[in-house]
Write a protein that binds this ligand. Structure first.
Ligand code: CTP
Length: 392
């Protein structure tokens, strides 16, 4: 869905990355308008941002030159969502106190829609109790805050305060949820295709990118849940999500079983290998003299079925990836794996795996199938999580 996004740039070194973020929002189909503080203009030019956003950039200078046009109010009316990126300690302090002394703070005070903050600053400034108090206050006022990353700072050392990668900022914006409908819930999600080793350089896998499972984890976190994501994938994950990286079905099984008891919901979105090589060679396998080669495989443990048959209080959700007889096969999996909800997902060339759009049908015991209209994986994830919340 196209959104009108206001991007508010304040004066930190990370501002030099904002043109790329704006371009990515435009590529994702949104309309973007930018406003910036005078100190932001020292790091990135209004002309650059006007060019990438395809719109005039609002600065204090034009607000003074066009007094007949109340630009900050017009921008506040136009926006569906506001993102402050990077948000400096100074701007955070002003927003916490409702100050309005430049086009950024004035427009944000005139806007009562969703406000997302991407703080980036020196580690000492971030950890300062005054900044932390302002952050706590802003959260209580309904602002959403993306936790800064730990990494190399402009000061030349590694610490907390770095602006998260643009792909993580994009996920933060895309997964924004108006209500914390999963607050207090603990959600376990698996994602990606498992890799089953043949030898040190080869493995068996599938086309799953982990986009659907990662979208579920990010949206659940944005909806207030405590989330653990057990994944083989490298999709961008929100900092609030606890990530457990695994490769094989056996590692995924172990990680899921370790986290299951404490979960309220387990969503098995991973494409787990059904078979793995009986043994993995320590050294690279050599081509033999014969034209053919047979691999000896053995079945892996069915994680979903294990959860379905051992659950105590948890809501267990599975996926069914099918190329044919979608609903019949999915109904059969729902029953055989004792799942509480099953997401039937058609897969094949150009559909399902590794796409940004998905179309699914939700199945639950003794209920009519519920079709979710084709939408982005993030929107489909939100629909699935709302259905889960209703079932909890
Ligand atoms: N699954 C699992 N452990 C396995 C295999 C699958 O937990 N070893 C889970 C998947 O995460 C998914 C569901 O079972 O939630 C269905 O996966 P799918 O691949 O569609 O079905 P399979 O049971 O593997 O059956 P088939 O391959 O015959 O369609």
């Amino acid at each position: 869905m196209t959104q009108h996004i206001g991007v508010f740039v304040t004066g930190g070194i990370a501002a030099y990355k904002v043109p790329g973020i704006v371009r990515d929002l435009i590529k994702a189909g949104h309309e973007v308008r930018v406003a910036m503080t005078p100190s932001a203009a020292a790091f990135v030019t209004p002309t650059t941002l006007a060019t990438v956003s395809k719109a005039q950039v609002l600065t204090d200078a034009d607000a003074e030159q066009n007094p007949e046009h109340v630009a900050h109010v017009a921008l506040a009316h136009w926006m569906d969502l506001a993102v402050v990126v990077p948000a400096t300690a100074n701007t955070l302090a002003k927003l916490a106190f409702g100050l309005a002394d430049n086009v950024v703070t004035t427009t944000l005070l005139a806007f009562n829609g969703p406000k997302l903050l991407v703080p980036a600053m020196n580690d000492q400034m971030w950890q300062n109790p005054q900044t932390q108090q302002n952050i706590a206050h802003l959260k209580a006022l309904g602002f959403r805050v993306l936790q800064p990353a730990t990494g190399f700072l402009a000061e030349g050392y590694a610490a907390v305060g770095r602006m998260p990668e643009p792909s993580v900022i994009a996920a933060f914006i895309a997964t924004y949820q108006p209500a914390a409908f999963l607050a207090g819930r603990t959600v376990l999600v698996t994602a990606g295709g498992t890799r089953e080793r043949l030898d040190p350089v080869r493995y068996l896998t599938n086309d799953s990118s982990g986009k659907m499972g990662t979208a579920l984890a990010n949206v659940a976190a944005a909806a207030g849940a405590r989330v653990t994501l057990i994944t083989t994938a490298t999709q961008p994950v929100l900092p609030d999500v606890t990530v457990v990286k695994v490769a094989s079905a056996a590692q995924m099984t172990q990680a899921v079983l370790a986290a299951f008891a404490e979960s309220d919901v387990a969503i098995m979105a991973a494409a787990v290998a059904d078979y793995r090589p009986v043994s993995a060679a320590d050294l690279k396998l050599k081509k033999t003299g014969t034209a053919g080669l047979s691999l000896e495989l053995t079945q892996t443990q069915d994680i979903l079925k294990t959860l379905g048959t051992t659950k105590t209080h948890q809501l267990v959700v599975g996926f069914a990836a099918e190329t044919d007889h979608l609903l019949a096969n999915a109904q059969q999996k729902l029953a055989a794996k004792h799942a509480d909800l099953l997401v039937a997902n058609r897969v094949g060339p150009g559909i399902g795996f590794n796409q940004d759009v998905n179309q699914v049908t939700l199945l639950a015991p003794s209920r009519e199938p519920e079709a979710v209209p084709a939408a982005s994986k993030v929107a489909v994830a939100a629909a699935i999580l709302h259905r889960i919340e209703a079932a909890l």
